[in-house]
Design a protein around this ligand. Structure first.
Ligand code: HEM
Length: 598
């Protein structure tokens, strides 16, 4: 019946200059009446937006959009031609002239015959007349099931609350709640097609014209005025200096974290480096050579290492729950994994007749071009003994995942010391020297150290504690996330996450539990391609495990075991420390399992 209404309306407006507008009105009418669409039949028993594809069983409900099925496409095309001829309408398909972002979008009209609706107009995200205009704040206020879930695409605002439960990509869609979906679709680019644009446009509720706030400071004295552009996917824990982690649900999707999603840990403003004036300065017993960027990239063989880098404060937010700590409130994504390429530190030193095994010093010190207000640089050091152990694996990197190092990750050079805490892997590296003492920088002497749980600011003695270098074993569940509602009556859950240990110690086992750690299952490890004692990359893992019967909520847990049989502690209370470093207890995620409604 509703289809017929659409058809009549289309006829009424056919061959009219209002063709485009009619298409929209029909689309809206179809939405408001929950019309079935091409290849789909309406299931009156299901929710107002639940369609079953003709060619699929109900199990796959919502798994495929109507146009994905090629038979649906064909039948729609045939019917489209028939309807165009029969109704004396014309069908236009042309390029979207308004947007260079989506040059492949189609113009036309949504037509219908009884039983069929055809999509011919999809201009995703263009301004639509007759719809209300919303602000970014309006959209941001709709970020939950209770308040409604709105998203932005181009100039369009969409209320996708009802679509979420049908989304073939599961709950990942919720990451974009209250925000623009575009940065997410840069990663999940499967979405950039007319079929998905069409579904999205059917949830259109309004326009947005607001220009996103410029992150650049207009204050000429602001030391942060020249910060790089950053992906809106990153979730900042501080803006100045910029510190941010990617959405945890996306972290275990890819072995190599894309550069713009790699967590960022800056301590100072990002320096602007002019590559023509840049040099790497070495202070050695044999001389003080300064190497240009070109010399480094041309005169030495390119060496690579794939390594996870982790902030010492990763998962600090769990420690905070025990007792407040001083530090950025990192979630469990202050870790990322990339392939770094550059010059081997050992080969570089040998070129100047310095053998790291015979150097008479205690530490090797690295300094960056990022400076404090008094002009002193960020600096860090590692014991020479450790540098000797790792000498073939330490790299003066100029590439990250095959690209020049991004500014946030140290352009043009970063020292990569695999298996060691991120804070020692100095970015914007421009000085290397040997010393009888540790780097004198604040971050070496007064930060990145561990203490017992009874040490607090009144009795702490930083000089007595050893600086953090190689990190302990850690793991985390990336999917599902804390508080997530699983499918109604779910009997199983799929867990995905990462595991990693410092010092190149490979992960030999990952244990997962769906009952708070009473019973355990072994997760399937995805080999990282490295050997057990030179395993610098993380190990991603996955597990399908049974949920406890009859429970409406439960605690999912993971713990990893490295090749030295180091295992994570069961609770964070015993490892609490005043800076909130090394938070590597079992990772626990609480989920809800709604009962099936009778
Ligand atoms: C109106 C908004 C959205 C619509 C209509 C939509 C629709 C779809 C559809 C139809 C698929 C299946 C594609 C295929 O298998 O060919 C899909 C998959 C997926 N979606 Fe979405 N989606 C939306 C938003 C999002 C957002 C915001 C995210 C992430 C933040 C997301 C993440 C995913 C993922 C991870 C998959 C699985 C991709 C794969 O298997 O390769 N979606 N989505």
């Amino acid at each position: 019946m509703a289809n017929f209404q659409c058809f009549t309306l289309a006829k009424r407006l056919s061959l009219d200059a209002n063709l485009k507008r009619a298409g929209l009105e029909i689309t809206r009418l179809c939405r408001s009446t929950s019309l079935p669409t091409a290849g789909n039949t309406y299931n009156p028993n299901a929710g107002s937006r639940t369609f079953h594809t003709n060619s699929e069983d109900s199990h796959q409900q919502g798994k495929r959009s109507k146009w994905r099925d090629s038979s649906a496409k064909k039948s729609a095309l045939v019917c489209a031609l028939a309807s165009a001829a029969g109704a004396g309408l014309y069908w236009t398909v042309s390029k979207d002239k308004n947007s260079d972002k989506h040059p492949k979008t189609w113009q036309g009209l949504r037509l219908s015959l009884p039983g069929k609706v055809f999509a011919a107009e999809i201009q995703p995200g263009v301004l639509r007349s007759g719809l209300p205009t919303y602000s970014a704040a309006d959209v941001a206020a709709h970020d939950s099931k209770e308040k409604g879930i709105w998203v932005i695409y181009g100039n369009g605002v969409y209320d996708i609350t009802e679509y979420v439960s049908q989304h073939p990509g599961g709950t990942k869609i919720l990451m974009a709640a209250g925000k623009s979906i575009e940065p997410f679709w840069e990663v999940y680019s499967v979405h950039k097609n007319d079929e998905i644009f069409e579904i999205m446009e059917s949830y259109r509720i309004g326009n947005i014209t607001e220009v996103p706030e410029k992150s650049k400071s207009s204050d000429a004295n602001d030391p942060y005025k020249d910060e790089p552009e950053r992906s809106p996917l990153l979730i900042p824990s501080s803006q100045k200096p910029f510190n941010a982690e990617p959405p945890v649900q996306m972290l275990a999707d890819q072995f190599l974290t894309p550069n713009d999603m790699f967590y960022v840990r800056n301590h100072l403003p990002v320096p602007c480096v002019c590559i023509d004036n840049f040099t790497l300065d070495l202070k050695l017993s044999t001389g003080s050579p300064s190497l240009t960027f070109q010399q480094l990239t041309k005169d030495f063989p390119k060496r690579s290492v794939t390594a996870a880098i982790q902030c010492a404060g990763n998962r600090r937010s769990e420690m905070v729950k025990v007792k407040p700590v001083k530090g950025l409130n990192w979630g469990s994504a202050a870790i990322s994994n990339a392939k770094f390429s550059g010059v081997s530190l050992n080969e570089l030193l040998l070129r100047y007749n310095v053998d790291i095994d015979t150097v008479r010093a205690k530490y090797i010190v690295f300094e960056g071009l990022d400076t404090q207000p008094d002009g002193s640089p960020y600096g860090a050091s590692i014991p020479l003994e450790l540098a000797r152990l790792l000498k073939n694996d330490i790299i003066v990197a100029y590439e990250m995942n095959g690209q020049p190092l991004p500014r946030d990750h140290g352009y043009p050079l970063r020292i990569i010391i695999p298996g060691v805490v991120g804070a020692r892997q100095v970015k914007w590296l421009n000085k290397i020297y040997f010393s009888p003492e540790e780097s004198t920088s604040h971050w070496q002497r007064r930060d990145y150290k561990g203490f017992n749980a009874s040490t607090d600011w009144h009795n702490v003695d930083f000089d007595k504690s050893v600086s953090i270098s190689q990190l302990p074993v850690i793991s985390a569940i990336c999917d599902p996330v804390e508080g997530q509602e699983l499918e109604e009556g779910a009997e199983e859950v799929t867990l995905k996450g990462y595991a990693w240990s410092g010092g190149g110690r490979g992960i030999i086992r990952v244990d997962v539990s769906a009952d708070g750690g009473k019973t355990w299952h072994e997760a399937t490890l995805k080999p990282n391609g490295q050997t057990p004692y030179h395993s610098y990359a993380w190990t991603l893992w996955e597990a399908d495990i049974p949920l406890p019967k009859g429970e409406t909520k439960t605690e999912l847990v993971v713990k990893a075991v490295d090749v030295s049989y180091n295992v994570q502690p069961d609770s964070v209370a015993g490892i609490w420390n005043l800076r909130g470093c090394l938070s590597n207890a079992w990772h626990r995620v609480n989920v809800k399992v709604p009962l099936v409604e009778a």
